[in-house]
Design a protein around this ligand. Structure first.
Ligand code: FNR
Length: 182
């Protein structure tokens, strides 16, 4: 099995990004075992807390990333940028120095917005950020999901056929991408 840790970039109840994450197990290759890595409880990164006993939520987060074979980000966009919670989790995972958990970990990015641009700015910022910290981000397909309210039914189930096809392609390509990194 390939352990995929996925990160939902929104903390709110009823988030479209979370609705999307619920559709993934049905679309993923059978080799994938998907588990969410929560970021909502992570204290904001503060070097003063980086002692022998850092916040337990940091340690738990770092271990979950370490134990994942690959990471899938599903992010919205705030003010044409990456939500602070996502940036914070990236920062937490890069420390302490030389003990970061991201380097070499294959990743893929999905962005989503109720607007027309599919959270493209946030998506691109995340790709840049990940490449800077040594994360091999799958270059394509680039999945920017727009008009999110039209993708789900009233129960929150993903019903957009085009989106289902696109996500299925992304997940199967991700399997191949992960394979390249042993
Ligand atoms: C937003 N939203 C938003 N949308 C967008 O496409 N581009 C943007 O720059 C912003 N900016 C923004 C700032 C802040 C502070 C909030 C709270 C929201 C709208 C956003 O896409 C919308 O709330 C989504 O529903 C958030 O994703 P989830 O929570 O549904 O996953």
């Amino acid at each position: 099995m390939t352990n995929i840790g996925y990160i939902v970039g929104s903390l709110r109840n009823g988030a479209y990004t979370r609705m999307l994450s619920r559709a993934l197990p049905d679309l993923a290759p059978s080799s994938f075992k998907l588990a969410e890595i929560g970021i909502g409880e992570l204290p904001l990164y503060n070097q003063d807390l980086e002692t022998d006993t850092p916040p337990p939520a940091w340690t738990s987060f770092r271990n979950q990333v370490k134990n994942s074979d690959a990471i899938l980000f599903i992010t919205p966009e705030y003010n044409r940028g990456l939500p602070a919670a996502v940036k914070n989790c990236v920062d937490v995972g890069t420390r302490p120095p030389k003990q970061g958990v991201w380097k070499g970990k294959p990743a893929a990015v999905i962005s989503l917005s109720p607007g027309r641009l599919g959270a493209m700015a946030s998506h691109q910022q995340l790709r840049l950020l990940l490449s800077v910290i040594g994360v091999p981000v799958m270059p394509s397909p680039e999945v920017y999901l727009s008009e999110a309210s039209k993708l789900f039914d009233s129960t929150g189930k993903l019903t957009s056929e085009d989106t289902i096809k696109l996500l299925t392609t992304l997940l199967h390509d991700f399997e191949t991408w992960i394979g390249r990194f042993g």
